[in-house]
Ligand binder design. Sequence first.
Ligand SMILES: Cc1cc2nc3c(=O)[nH]c(=O)nc-3n(C[C@H](O)[C@H](O)[C@H](O)COP(=O)(O)OP(=O)(O)OC[C@H]3O[C@@H](n4cnc5c(N)ncnc54)[C@H](O)[C@@H]3O)c2cc1C
Length: 465
Amino acid sequence: MQQEKVPTVIIVGAGPGGLTLYHSLIKNKDKKEFNVKIFERESGPKDRWQGYHIGFKSQGFKSLMNCIPSSVALNLPKAIPNPVPGVEYHGTSFSDHEGNLLLRPPFKQFKNIYEIAEIPDHFLSGTIAYRDRLRDVLLENVPVQWGKKLVRYEETDEGVWVNFDDGSREFCDILVDASGINSPIRKQKIPELQINDIGTTHAVASAVVPKHLMDRLIKVNGNSVIQKLLGLNGDSTFIGLRLIPIEQEQNFKNKNNSDELHYRITMFYFYSSELDNEEIEKINNNPALVVEHIKNMIRKLRPECEMTNILLELWDLVPKAVPKESEDFPFKTYNPIQLRKVRDINLLTINSWTSSRVTLIGDAAHAMSPYLGLGTTHAIQDAEALSQALLNYSPENYISCIKEYENNMLKRAPVDVLKSRYATIKQVTPVGYFGLFIRNSILKTTNFLMKIHDSVKILDLVKIH
Ligand SMILES: Cc1cc2nc3c(=O)[nH]c(=O)nc-3n(C[C@H](O)[C@H](O)[C@H](O)COP(=O)(O)OP(=O)(O)OC[C@H]3O[C@@H](n4cnc5c(N)ncnc54)[C@H](O)[C@@H]3O)c2cc1C
């Protein structure tokens, strides 16, 4: 009897989505075997700085654990360190412009990161991961073919030809586009799908913060690892932090002439693009000018108060030039400051979506505003859903597998694209003093009701046990 040919899956893009899919297809090979190849345009794992702190929701963690082998799972605490008990609060807090707490949903806390996967979805628990380290962890045992930039594909009844900018080409049965927001595959497959500019600009940067400044931030704004400060005049701040002291390199200590503990934070400053007098493209390659621009916006949009002073000091700590060696930046996790328009992709704006041998996961399909920190979670959920659907692959029914995955993704991701968009736009809409009173009252009441609801649930649990 002739043996069935092992089908080939090509993944383009070695970000969190593409790498998770690779692991999952290999992990499931006893159930369905694929010849999996992964191509990345970067020349190697250290070609580009790999990002800042990113939000990570419990659903994403659950999918990740389902997809990766135990050898990779063991290394996850390097990328998502275990909580520091009693020191960090894993969840989001919303404060007003002065740092007064408005809402801190009672997220279920966990002792170690593997417990996140056990938390029921409705708790929406979340934490902060280090994107650069997550990528390193996910690269383990993945034979990425580096320096391979896809430029075009050709789909036939038999399969897909994938063309790279070095003139080489590869053939596969299924092509998975995991190449992020500027995907050339999406532009070819669905040319009518637009990337939206949502009318908001954001700057994002990481900083190394000395303990005395961190203590001031915590005193005003609490110890949540995800902190959102809602503005008054059309601005909003998002801070992602871990209260884990950075192990400092000797040269950093010498440079700063101090033994004081330091922590790393990532900050986003969002504001309405209409408020920009500057053409941001003229300054966004100059970190010092971007920092000055953001500090000017903070002074213009925020009232004088301790929280504003803290924000100005935090933005002052952002590196103004690329360190010569990554080792010069503690934790080796420098990432350049970025000043950009917030953009997203809503698949539901197109009338037809033809399932074929070419499919999309992650930001390539549904890039979203970073305000709710859901991008990585969805990329990983897509990887799980696609690998599950492909378990039923056969040469005759591949389209139904792709359709099954795409239906799952279309039900889940576009909703969060819109939620993230509207949350961002809402936060950069000036509220005025009356609006501020209404908004703050609603959030404080919600906070009160959530606490009561949570206490009732705890009482119920006590009764049951
Ligand atoms: C360098 C980098 C830093 C980031 N930093 C942050 C951050 O700090 N905070 C945050 O919230 N989000 C960040 N993001 C975005 C966030 O990681 C993604 O929203 C999310 O993880 C979705 O992942 P993804 O795998 O779908 O796409 P991405 O993470 O965008 O990965 C796409 C990969 O495809 C590769 N690629 C692109 N085009 C081609 C091509 N033509 N051929 C071959 N390969 C290609 C890219 O080089 C990249 O490695 C960052 C993304 C990148 C690429």
